[in-house]
Design a protein around this ligand. Structure first.
Ligand code: MSP
Length: 674
């Protein structure tokens, strides 16, 4: 079986992980899971970088021993990774004995090669970067990344003859055009190499926190040199030669674009000096931004990954980060967009499809679908094209395109349902075979899409596979299982709505309130998150069929299911909505909510209370006396503890503020809108 050794950067532990650092781990996990799916014996290693001065200072600030502090943070970090379903095989900490042994061994070999010499360093040092800076690196005297003034150092240091390796590095880049991807990063490093390399300092004097230089206990090894070596100590360098032989060289280091110089200049030169093989490839991903700024603790622009995962469970977050951000480029996270994508990709599209397949299979075929005769082959063709493109894109780490390919199958299946109208076929016994085939083809599409989505949304994809009749261990599923299987019998299971359509109280449009997704994160903090997010479950059962009528998850196939994408609905569907004119009697902002407003309205025959997400666009006073349109037959739901009996209609542009639907002239309350 081919092997694949994959690593991420190891994190500084002076603060908890944020969504930017989590982004890297999730993306790498998607790759690791994809490689397993593709049949590789995959070894996926992550870890913590503990010998940083910032870590030492943070521990002291908290009155803790540095090692005890690091022990505590290791628990916190691994807990976050576990909650995000990151499937790491090993977690290395730089304070571990296996690491210390390997670091000292490597430095000894570099020394034996004549590449380490004693000298004096005088210059700038940014503790947040843990990097020596030259005057030209600073912007107005500040570190451009952390916007802080670096320290001025004068100390005895050991130096590494990095300059000696410039030509060898250039030759390596030339011989291995894919050593560093994407190309933009490769070009940056090539320019740097072409401009020449200075030797670098590889030790710090007068510090106790770190790994001692082998022959000089008064100096500790520079934290970056210490940290980079994790990639070999994690697989036994200096402690377990057989394991090292098995795993090294790494197939892929996944790192952020800010640290490509360390990984593609210093690290390979260190390995060359020690006579070890170089990693095969480095992928320098972009930054996750929040409001246009790099997500960073020191800049104060962070989102807690657990909070983001607890919103809907880890899978919607994983999907967002994989599908919405071009892997290799910078990308944005906003709560509004995250919620929009949840509704579009999961609630309306994939979740709706799974619900419809379950409901229709049960209603028309007692839960068992079989081919019914000649298939028109349309879905099979889409699935084949998409699966081929998926593998191609994932092999190139174009994760967003891989995800998009899988969703092409989902889109096609939803459109196919709308086009073939199984509910209409069911009304005519002469179409029985055709109906069987349609149901089978749609179920098979769902199965293929779920196989492809396993690396991205592992929990949900496993559940979807179970619902479309997969019975084996999901760990054994391989990419070849995404081949279209036009034969056989499938037992289709109905289940709770995987992703009920939501409207978050702080999330904008006045739609159906949230109910809990069927698949959510376990782990600590979920209760807390639910308290913080002022949305309440619509129904305790989580049963899609009893959710609000407008919920796209509703899948009762007696009437056509709600349409996804551009699929069409019939007049019967439209007539299910009881829309009425109402007049606003009172309006007040809902406490602790930016977007919600509580309205009492006159609907002719009665008064109703509504909660609407329009507070950012309308001052409550301006609403009183206004004529609006509401959904009259919407099942009541609680928002921020207030029962809302209906829904206000508004034009709600993506990312914009809502505009209420209204009339040119006077229309009496209670008038039906149709
Ligand atoms: N400890 C070093 C790495 C040593 S690897 C031998 C380090 N740590 S870090 O905690 O600052 O960053 C860890 C990883 O997270 C890096 O790859 C970094 O680029 C990445 N990211 C930090 N902030 C990020 C974003 N806002 N967005 C995407 N990745 C981010 O550097």
């Amino acid at each position: 079986m081919p092997t694949f050794y994959l690593t991420t950067a190891i994190d500084y532990v002076n603060s908890r992980p944020h969504l930017g650092t989590a982004y890297e781990k999730i993306a790498a996990d998607v790759i690791a899971r994809y490689k397993r799916l593709a049949g590789f014996d995959t070894h996926f290693v992550m870890g913590n970088d503990e010998h940083s001065q910032n870590v030492f200072r943070r521990a002291r600030e908290l009155g803790e021993e540095p090692l005890a502090y690091c022990d505590r943070m290791a628990v916190e970090f691994t807990e976050v990774w576990r909650s995000l379903d990151v499937s790491l095989d090993d977690f290395i900490r730089t304070t571990e004995p296996r690491h210390r042994t390997g670091v000292q061994e490597l430095v000894r070999r570099m020394t034996a090669a004549g590449d380490i010499y004693e000298g004096h360093y005088e210059g700038w040092y940014c503790v947040s970067c843990e990097a020596f800076k030259q005057e030209k690196d600073l912007v107005e005297g500040l570190c451009p990344i952390h916007r802080t003034r670096p320290d001025w150092l004068r100390e005895k240091n050991y130096f590494f003859r990095l300059s000696k390796y410039r030509d060898a590095l250039l030759a390596h880049f030339e011989a291995h055009p894919d050593f560093l991807v994407p190309e933009i990063r490769r070009n940056e490093i090539l320019r740097l190499l072409e401009s020449g390399l200075d030797d670098i300092s590889v030790s710090r004097a007068g510090q106790a926190w770190g790994i001692a230089m082998p022959e000089d206990p008064a100096s500790v090894i520079y934290v970056w040199v210490d940290a980079l070596i994790n990639y070999i100590t994690a697989v036994g360098y200096g402690t377990d030669p057989a394991a090292f032989e098995r795993h090294w060289p790494a197939d892929l280091h996944v790192i952020g674009k800010d640290i490509t110089r360390f990984h593609c200049v210093i690290w390979p030169a260190m390995l060359m000096s020690a006579g070890l093989a170089l990693p095969r490839q480095v992928f320098g991903h972009g930054w996750l931004h929040l409001k246009g700024e790099k997500m960073s603790k020191s800049l104060g622009t962070i989102v807690d990954p657990l909070e983001a995962a607890q919103r809907f469970g880890p899978d919607p977050l994983r999907l967002y980060l994989t599908k919405e951000i071009t892997f290799g480029s910078d990308g944005d996270f906003t709560w509004d967009r995250y919620e929009d994508r949840y509704n579009v990709d999961l609630a309306n599209n994939l979740g709706n499809l799974v619900s419809r397949v379950g409901a229709m299979a049960e209603k028309y075929r007692d839960g068992v679908v079989r081919p019914g005769g000649a298939s028109d082959g349309r879905l099979a063709e889409t699935a084949r094209e998409a699966a081929g493109s998926y593998a191609h894109q994932m092999d190139a780490f174009a994760l967003e395109r891989g995800a998009a390919a899988a969703f092409r199958i989902v889109d096609a299946a939803n459109e196919y349902i709308a086009g073939t109208e199984p509910w209409a076929l069911a009304r005519d016994a002469s179409h029985a075979d055709r109906l069987s085939q349609v149901l089978f083809d749609v179920a098979e599409s769902v199965r293929v899409a779920a196989v492809l989505l396993l690396p991205i949304i592992p929990r949900s994809a496993a559940e979807i596979l179970r619902r479309v009749g997969h019975t084996g261990d999901v760990q054994d599923v391989r990419l070849r299982d995404a081949d279209w299987r036009g034969q056989g019998e499938r037992r289709i299971l109905k289940g709770d709505a995987l992703w009920p359509r939501i409207v978050a109280a702080e999330g904008a449009r006045n739609e159906v309130p949230v109910s809990r997704p069927a698949i959510v994160a376990g782990g600590a903090g979920r209760q807390e998150r639910q308290r913080n997010h002022p949305v309440e479950q619509q129904n305790g059962s989580g049963d899609a069929a009893s959710a609000a009528p407008a919920a796209a998850q509703e899948a009762a196939p007696a009437a056509p299911a709600p349409a996804a994408g551009n699929a069409q609905i019939t007049i019967d569907d439209v007539m299910k909505l009881d829309l009425r004119v109402a007049k606003v009697l009172t309006a007040e902002k809902v406490p602790n909510s930016r977007k919600l407003v509580k309205l009492s309205v006159d609907v002719g025959s009665e008064q109703r209370t509504l909660v609407a997400g329009i507070a950012e666009a309308y001052e409550p006073d301006t609403l009183v006396g206004r004529t609006i349109v509401m959904v009259f037959n919407l099942k009541p739901a609680k928002l921020m503890g207030i029962e809302s009996n209906g829904m206000v209609l508004a034009a709600s542009p993506d990312g914009g503020t809502p505009t209420l639907v209204g009339f040119e002239g006077e229309v009496p309350p209670g008038t039906r809108v149709r």
